[in-house]
Design a protein around this ligand. Structure first.
Ligand code: MLC
Ligand code: AMP
Length: 465
């Protein structure tokens, strides 16, 4: 079966199957432009795509998928260090949408006016669809290999859980280089056949004006909508509001329900596993809970000693998952891969959870303070610390995620200066190297960092102070 079933079946010929960046495209137009991309990329090791929120990005991604070439989305705001790492590590030979020559890659033009019927066979389901770069606690981001079969399994499971059909109009304004905005938000619509409106940025007014039936957002987006009464009320006609990528605060759930009459769906996932747990459109939507494993997915809780814990609503342990939506490993990183898998083949999420006797899952935190979630973006403290230490004015740095009412967590850097330097200079320095959202929101200059007897920085102490 095709990965992009609805896009390729040619059933819907409406002129605005996809609205993005002020343009409307029919499925035929999108398939034609993507077919031209596919004809050019055949046989390449990987196709990098500069993931601006635009129709060219969607056409390039679809082109790579048609041709069976793994797609590597590159954040459009990634600084040169992060961009060079992604291109080098992925081995991408072609780069769609690149505005400047990137070392080692050839720029691949995307022309939305082109029409090419790509006649190649459907690639094997085991082939990678994407290499998605995701941050770990230390070091540069790792490329997660996601197979076409995993993507298809996840989208079909979500369609079942949310009764997502071609009658839906999906609306979101999330970035096109992560699971949420790209895999669910774009491929979901193209596989299931719903219309897609991408709002450019996920602002409350843009969501209110889009008149969709199905809305996706990270908690920061929902919290901003809940604080904008008129925009929230405009969503009352929707079918489902779906939150994910970080915990949805209960007060935001409650306020959204008051203003829209809709109880939001919350779902849980990761780049490496895709979405694995969700509340259902035909089931209970409990505030603070991410619901039940999707069809085909199994979950378990494990204690620090590796022993299984009961689903009793009280035991707190690491959540582990298995099933058809899991990734195939980190590119070029067998050691990192081995760390996240158990001997019996389960994936260690690093999230700490509780499972009730009724099977409902509650995510209560993360095992590591060095993984920060800010506005739904995952940020590795180690990567930001390394960028800060590259500055000649920095002797040492420790980065933490401080609680933040808007972003969930905000990146805060504690820096021991080695000379005259300001917080603004350091923030700009990080932004020149890494993606913009990895910039510290606040830089605190300190004389020393609290450490334990082994010399390890006590980050919990920094958060308390
Ligand atoms: C930001 N700004 C800064 C700054 N950080 N300025 C100075 N110093 C800093 N440290 C600027 C921004 O560039 C912007 O400027 C303005 O301040 C407002 O920034 P903001 O508060 O961050 O708002 P915004 O940019 O609108 O970002 C919020 C957001 C964004 C929610 C839109 O965080 C977002 O798109 N999040 C989605 C992340 C996501 O998709 N995650 C999914 C991962 S997949 P200007 O000039 O630009 O306005 C996954 C799996 C799963 O997790 O389960 O889904
Ligand atoms: P990423 O690597 O960017 O895909 O982020 C995955 C992480 O996001 C997970 O390991 C969780 O920590 C977090 N996450 C995703 N969805 C939820 C949710 N609904 N509730 C709490 N945390 C979530």
């Amino acid at each position: 079966m095709n990965l992009l079933t609805a896009l390729q079946d040619g059933q819907d010929d409406s002129a605005d199957a996809l609205r993005i960046d002020g343009r409307a495209l029919s499925r035929e137009q999108l398939l034609g432009a993507a077919g031209a991309v596919a004809a050019r990329v055949g046989g390449a090791r990987a196709l990098a795509v500069l993931a601006r929120p635009g129709a060219e990005t969607v056409a390039a991604v679809v082109g790579g998928l048609l041709a069976g070439v793994p797609v590597v989305p590159v954040p459009p705001d990634a600084g040169p260090v992060e961009r060079a790492h992604i291109l080098r590590d992925s081995g991408a030979e072609l780069f769609a949408g690149a505005d400047e020559s990137a070392p080692g890659t050839e720029a691949l033009p995307v022309d939305l006016g082109e029409r090419h019927e790509f006649g190649g066979p459907e690639p094997e389901p085991e082939r990678p669809a994407f290499v998605l770069y995701t941050s770990g606690t230390t070091g540069p981001p790792k490329g997660a290999l996601l197979s076409r079969a995993a993507v298809a399994a996840d989208l079909d499971a979500l369609a079942e859980a949310w009764a997502w059909t071609p009658d839906d109009t999906l609306v979101h304004g999330l970035p096109l280089f992560h699971v949420h905005g790209l895999v669910l938000g774009v491929l979901g619509a193209l596989r299931i056949g719903s219309r897609l409106v991408h709002t450019g940025r996920p602002t409350p007014t843009a969501y209110a004006e889009a008149a969709g039936s199905l809305y996706f957002g990270v908690p920061t987006v929902w919290s901003r909508i809940a604080a904008d009464e008129a925009s929230a009320r405009a969503l009352a006609g929707a079918r489902l509001l779906v939150s994910g990528s970080a915990p949805l605060p209960v007060p935001v759930f409650t306020r959204l329900t008051e203003l829209t009459g809709l109880r939001p769906i919350e779902r849980y996932g990761m780049t490496e596993t895709l979405i694995t747990v969700s509340t259902r459109s035909d089931g209970e939507r409990r505030p603070g809970s991410v619901g039940l494993p999707l069809p085909g997915v199994a979950t378990r809780l494990v204690g620090e000693d590796g022993a299984p814990l009961p689903a009793d609503g009280e035991s707190v342990g690491e959540l582990q998952v298995s099933g058809p939506t899991l990734f195939d490993g980190y590119l070029n990183r067998p050691a990192a891969d081995a760390e996240v898998r158990t001997a019996d083949g389960w994936f260690r999420t690093g999230d700490v959870a509780v499972i009730g006797p009724d099977g409902f899952h509650r995510i209560v935190g993360r095992a590591s303070v060095d993984l920060i979630k800010s506005g739904g973006f995952k940020i590795g403290a180690g990567e930001v610390e390394a960028a800060l230490r590259d500055h000649p004015g920095v002797a040492d740095a420790a980065v933490v995620g401080a609680p933040d009412p808007d972003l969930g967590q905000a990146v805060v850097a504690f820096v021991i200066p080695a000379g005259p330097v300001t917080g603004d200079q350091l923030t700009a320095f990080v932004a020149e190297r890494l993606s913009a959202h990895k910039r510290p929101r606040r830089v605190v200059l300190v004389d020393e960092l609290p450490r334990n007897a082994m010399g390890k920085v006590l980050k919990k102490r920094l958060l308390e102070g």
